[in-house]
Every structure is written in structure tokens, then in C-alpha cells.
Ligand binder design. Structure first.
Ligand code: BF8
Length: 672
């Protein structure tokens, strides 16, 4: 009898309910027809832990895990919940939050360290593959790191040798991870009042690694048991990420691979081509993917692909590797974080090459169903499944490694089955903005600052600026909140700066084109975008490039007329569909830099209301920024707009004003 009882079929995702993107819906359905499980199905089959989601499960020692769920009716009277050691819900939630900051800051910063090491080998000329490409950026970074760019010879100042500068920049940069004394050099790039707030609060990071290690120490059993003190360390470590590891990663990548300038590309699974060898690069560090781009453009490799029956090689990206090679080479993203399995399910992915972060282990299971070679490349990120190939990438023979990988993909083209199905959806995008290009597009003709941007914020055409960033989360409908938040903001004349998977989501929707201004924007933002010829949503790169947003905000402060600190600006931050620990580190450095930051989905602080209140209210008194949580995307955007309006009022620019131009007559009167 028992044998006759059939196992219940696992619940599958509803493709339309799981994503608002048509290509994604088509591919979820396709996966289900082929009997291949994806993250969307698993989200149906496994509910998140109701206690963990509140952030109040402590597993930091073997007397636990101690679980302190919030009573159904909330806390009435005194909160008596405690773990075996007596740790309160505030302590437990703050510890868990801090460990997320540590992991996020570590991920960004370790990425930065790898780039710094490659930078050093380029500066020492140990590698043919990597060169100092962007000299103006090198000189700008040298200045920020207090490296001399001129030398005195015979009493006269002259330009210093570029190789010498690069070597010193590399040494100083690498030292930021572990120096014994002092504070991070880049902190001084922040507006002076912000720097003073950090000094007063005692949160200036000493070196990048130390702040992350100290979080792990403080959250060990029986160490820091004051949530406010734990948050202080969260601030230190997250600043070491935003104004340290991430900022160094961005700067050194720009010097090695070129500072991005706007370029045209496309986005979504439809960029893959049935008659081409398709190579998808996925992860975060551009160190390897830059080499894959270079190799796959070589005439002899293209010829080789033709001998195998392919018309050419189509590169595509997933996650932030996609953003990196998009912003510098125009290589199109094939999708966001949640589309990684789907790229293989097209049956046309000849190789997926992954490095670090945001790589789902299920890729290996999906790859088993197809001919796809899944190649891991980083010594710290391997997979246990046997079908995964590991080709360890080394900057000293970078081009050879990349060539081996590309050839493997080309050779695999002939092994494709008949089951190729690439959805046709893709959209055009303009990507690759940055601090430098915003200055060009929205600066003054002669002033070379953010004059035009500031002027249009002051006169009210641009109501404010929002940074909308971050992941997808399979617990919410793919891309729905990303796009609803961004559309609501631009409809209300808020200029959006985007990075990470939000950038890819916006690209897939066609929001990264100047033409979208006429469709989605309020009249003021539309006028500015159409006059200057920019999209209302500016793509600033990958998640480490959130450092570009910090520096752009600093430039706005410097250009004048909008207060003295980042916290004075009519600006706000958002991560509508976050899931990664890196997002928590980013959120916290934005808050600690003075930005009102709203997260979607949920925050793992809801089980500790006092701690949550500290993050979402009291922190504002220290740095001018604070956390907020709002899963409903329209309310989420409206909270940001309300904050922007509050700041406009405080600045006295709540009523739209045109700048008064002085006539010659008025000027003469003044002079008289
Ligand atoms: O660093 S946005 S899902 S890809 S974590 Fe990951 Fe999140 Fe995407 Fe980039 Ni950022």
C-alpha cells in the first residue's frame, strides 16, 4: 500500500507571480516544462524562518540557538526576553546585524584588496595583461591619497614619473587594509562637517581589516552587550567599506581598466544569440572578465569560433561583473541576480564563468541538465558538485587563463542539444555614468563643477536625487519593487542614480534611455533630461561603485547652494529588493554618511523594536541619516520624496525659483 502512495509533487512558482519581466516568465515556464527547479520554485517550497526573519535568533555559542520571538501582541510593559546568557533581544539583533555588516564590508573590501594586488603587479610591470590605462584618474587618485604628482628638480617643479606615482599609489592603497596607525586616508574626501561628526562620534575607521575583525570579536559570546556600542562599530566597519574598500576598488579599477563614460548597450536574456558562442561572466571582480573581453575580441579567436560553426562570440554578464564590463566596454547584461539559472536554461550558454559573490550553488545542478561548462575561477569560491570545472585565475598569466576559458566555450558550441530557447526580450540602454561624466553632462561649461545640477535642484526642476540600488530577492516579485520605486521617483522629478541589480532591472525596462524621460518623468526632470540628453536614471556601475554615489553627493555639496553636508541635501537612498549582507553594509554607510535610506522586503531588526528605533530614529542625531523599512514600493518612494521635500524646506528652496540673472544696469548700480 505504502508503495502506491505517490509523493506529492513539489509546489512550483507561478511565472507571472514570480517576475514582472516577460523574458523571466517565459524562462521560468520553460524550466518547469523541462523539470528543472529554479530559485523561484524553491521560494514556494521553503518558507523563511519566522524567528530568523525578526533577527532575534542567537547562535553565537553552543548553549543556544536562543530564540526570542516577539510576542504576537508586541511587548506589553517590560521586555523580559533573554537568552541563556541573559542577552536581550536588542543585543542579539544588533549582533546579528553587525555580523551582516562585517560580511558585507568584507566582501566588498576583499574584492578591493584583490584589485589592489593586481594594481601593484601592473605598477611593478610584472604582468603584460594589466597596465596603468587611465593616467588622469591615476593623478586624481594620487592627489586623494596624498601622493606627490610633481617633483622638484633644480628648484623647478616638474611632472613626476607616472610609474613611480603608480607604485606609490599601489603601496598606500594596499596599506589601507592593515596599517598599524592612523585612519583611512579617504575619509578626508567627505565634506568637512561629516568628517567632524565621525570624529566626534569616534567612528573613524583605523584600517579596513581591523574594523571587520573587531565586529567578529565584539559579537562573540559575552563581549559587547550594548546595542548602541555595537552599532558604533557597525558604522566604523561600514565606513571602512564605503569610504575605504569599495572606494579603492572603484578607483583602482578605473585606473586599470578605464573610467567609464556613457555608452550604448542592451540588457536582458534576449542579448544571447543562438548562432554565436555565448559566454556569460558572472560575479563581481572585473579582473578576469576584462581579460575575457579582450580575448574574445581577438581576430584569431573569432576565426576559431567560425571553424566550429559559430558566427561569432557573444559575451553577456550577470550581476555586478555585468555592470563592470558594461560600463567600460558596453558588454550587455543578460540579467539580474535572479536570472542566473535562466541564462543556462536557454540551452545556449556555452560557458558560464564565475568569480565571487552572488553565485547560486544551484547553477551546478542546472548546468548538469545542459552542455554548459560552469567554470569557477577564484581560489576562495569553489563548488562541491563534480560537473564544475575550476580554472584558477592568476594575474601573472591572465591572458593565457582567459584564452583557455574562451577556447573551452568555443569548443563546447558543437555540444549544444536541440533544446535552445532564447527569449527575444531585450532593451536598449545608456550606461556608464560616474562622478566625472556627471560633471561633464550636468556641470557648468567653464566651471567644471556640479553647477547645472545644483542650479536645477535649487530652481526646483529637479526635486531631489535618489540612489536606488541593490539586489533581487526571491521572496518578492522579481523587479517589481525596483521599477515601481524608480518610476514613482522620476514621475515626481527626482533624478535617480542606480547601481547593482537595480541598474540592470532599470535597463531591462528601458529606463536608462534619454527617451524614457518623455514617458515617465515629471515636467521638470523631463525638461532637464531632454535639454542635456541624459536618461532620468543614471547607471553608475556595480555595487562597489556605490562609492561613486558618495563622491557625487560630496561634489553636489561642494558646488554650493544646497547646504554644507550630505545630510543637508534633498536626497535619499533605497534598496527595494535587497537580499545580500553587502546591502546591509551599504545601507549602513549611507546612513552613517547622512543619507535617509529606505529598504524594501524586511529588516532583521523587527524582533527588537528598541534597537530598530535606534537605527530608524536616533541615529539621525549623530550623522543626519537614518534607516527605514517599507515593502510597499509606492509608499517607499513617497517616504523618500517626503524626506526630499523636508530637506528642500530646510534649505529654503521648497518653492521653485529661477536663478536671478543680473543685468548690466543692476551690476553697475551695485558697483557704484
Ligand atoms: O553586489 S545588487 S544581488 S549582484 S549584492 Fe548581488 Fe545584490 Fe545584485 Fe552585485 Ni550587489
Amino acid at each position: 500500500m505504502a508503495d502506491e502512495i505517490k509523493a506529492k509533487a513539489p509546489k512550483l512558482a507561478d511565472p507571472v507571480g514570480a517576475s514582472i519581466d516577460t523574458a523571466t516568465q517565459i524562462m521560468i515556464k520553460r524550466a518547469q516544462e523541462l523539470g528543472i527547479e529554479t530559485v523561484f520554485d524553491r521560494a514556494e517550497q521553503m518558507k523563511p524562518c519566522a524567528i530568523g526573519i525578526q533577527g532575534i535568533c542567537c547562535k553565537n555559542c553552543a548553549m543556544g540557538p536562543c530564540r526570542l520571538p516577539l510576542p504576537k501582541g508586541g511587548i506589553q510593559g517590560e521586555d523580559t526576553r533573554k537568552g541563556l546568557c541573559g542577552a536581550t533581544a536588542n543585543t542579539i539583533s544588533a549582533r546579528n546585524f553587525a555580523r551582516m555588516v562585517a560580511a558585507g564590508a568584507a566582501a566588498h573590501s576583499d574584492h578591493g584588496r584583490c584589485v589592489a594586488e593586481v594594481f601593484m603587479s601592473a605598477a611593478r610591470k610584472e604582468s603584460d595583461a594589466y597596465k596603468i590605462k587611465d593616467i588622469p584618474k591615476l593623478l586624481a587618485v594620487a592627489k586623494a591619497l596624498d601622493v606627490d604628482t610633481t617633483v622638484e628638480v633644480d628648484g623647478k617643479s616638474q611632472d613626476r614619473d607616472v610609474d613611480e606615482i603608480a607604485l606609490e599609489v599601489g603601496k598606500i592603497a594596499l596599506n589601507e587594509w592593515g596599517k598599524a596607525e592612523g585612519e583611512l586616508v579617504y575619509l578626508k574626501r567627505a565634506p568637512q562637517p561629516l568628517y567632524e561628526k565621525w570624529t566626534k562620534a569616534g567612528v573613524k575607521p583605523r584600517n579596513i581589516d581591523r574594523e571587520i575583525v573587531e565586529i567578529m570579536h565584539r559579537t562573540h559570546m559575552g563581549v559587547d552587550q550594548d546595542y548602541k556600542n555595537i552599532v558604533k562599530q557597525c558604522t566604523r566597519a561600514s565606513l571602512a567599506d564605503g569610504w575605504g574598500g569599495s572606494m579603492l576598488a572603484t578607483d583602482l579599477q578605473d585606473i586599470l581598466f578605464g573610467t567609464p563614460y556613457p555608452l550604448q548597450s542592451e540588457a536582458n536574456l534576449g542579448i544571447m544569440k543562438a548562432d554565436h558562442v555565448n559566454i556569460i561572466v558572472h560575479g563581481h571582480e572585473p579582473v578576469l572578465s576584462e581579460m575575457i573581453v579582450a580575448v574574445s575580441q581577438k581576430p584569431e579567436i573569432l576565426e576559431y569560433a567560425k571553424t566550429k560553426g559559430a558566427k561569432g562570440i557573444q559575451l553577456g554578464g550577470i550581476c555586478c561583473t555585468a555592470n563592470e564590463i558594461l560600463q567600460r566596454h558596453g558588454v550587455p547584461p543578460a540579467g539580474t541576480f535572479l536570472q542566473q539559472e535562466l541564462a543556462i536554461i536557454t540551452g545556449a550558454c556555452d560557458a558560464m564563468v564565475v568569480d565571487i559573490q552572488c553565485i547560486m550553488q544551484n547553477l551546478a545542478n542546472v548546468a548538469k541538465c545542459f552542455h554548459t561548462k560552469l567554470i569557477t575561477t577564484h581560489p576562495i569560491a569553489k563548488m562541491e558538485q563534480e560537473n564544475v570545472i575550476h580554472i584558477e585565475f592568476d594575474e601573472h598569466h591572465a591572458l593565457e587563463d582567459a584564452e583557455r576559458i574562451v577556447k573551452m566555450a568555443v569548443d563546447n558550441f558543437q555540444n549544444r542539444g536541440t533544446e535552445v530557447m532564447i527569449p527575444q526580450q531585450k532593451a536598449t540602454q545608456i550606461a556608464g555614468f560616474g562622478v566625472e561624466s556627471i560633471q561633464y553632462h550636468l556641470g557648468g561649461t567653464f566651471r567644471g563643477t556640479y553647477y547645472t545640477l545644483n542650479d536645477n535642484i535649487i530652481n526646483g526642476r529637479i526635486r531631489g536625487v535618489a540612489g536606488v540600488v541593490g539586489c533581487n530577492n526571491a521572496r518578492t516579485r522579481h523587479n517589481e519593487a525596483h521599477l515601481a520605486v524608480v518610476k514613482e521617483l522620476i514621475k515626481n522629478d527626482v533624478l535617480v542614480l542606480t547601481t547593482g541589480c537595480n541598474g540592470i532591472a532599470c535597463a531591462m525596462e528601458g529606463l536608462l534611455t534619454p527617451e524614457s524621460a518623455g514617458v515617465y518623468c515629471g515636467p521638470g526632470l523631463k525638461e532637464v533630461c531632454e535639454t542635456v540628453g541624459i536618461p532620468p536614471v543614471l547607471h553608475l556601475g556595480s555595487c562597489v561603485d556605490n562609492s561613486r554615489i558618495l563622491l557625487a553627493a560630496t561634489e553636489v555639496v561642494k558646488a554650493g547652494g544646497l547646504g554644507k553636508d550630505i545630510s543637508d541635501l534633498p536626497a535619499a537612498g533605497s534598496a527595494p529588493e535587497w537580499m545580500s549582507e553587502k546591502a546591509i553594509s551599504i545601507g549602513h554607510y549611507f546612513v552613517s554618511s547622512g543619507v535617509y535610506t529606505v529598504f524594501g522586503v524586511t529588516l532583521p531588526t523587527s524582533g527588537a523594536p528598541v534597537f530598530h528605533n535606534y537605527l530608524s530614529n536616533e541615529m539621525e542625531m549623530l550623522y543626519g541619516g537614518k534607516w527605514d523599512i517599507e515593502p510597499d514600493p509606492i509608499k517607499h518612494a513617497q517616504l523618500m520624496i517626503a524626506h526630499i521635500d523636508k530637506k528642500r524646506k530646510e534649505l529654503g528652496i521648497d518653492k521653485a525659483r529661477e536663478r536671478q540673472l543680473m543685468s548690466m544696469e543692476d551690476r553697475q548700480k551695485l558697483e557704484a
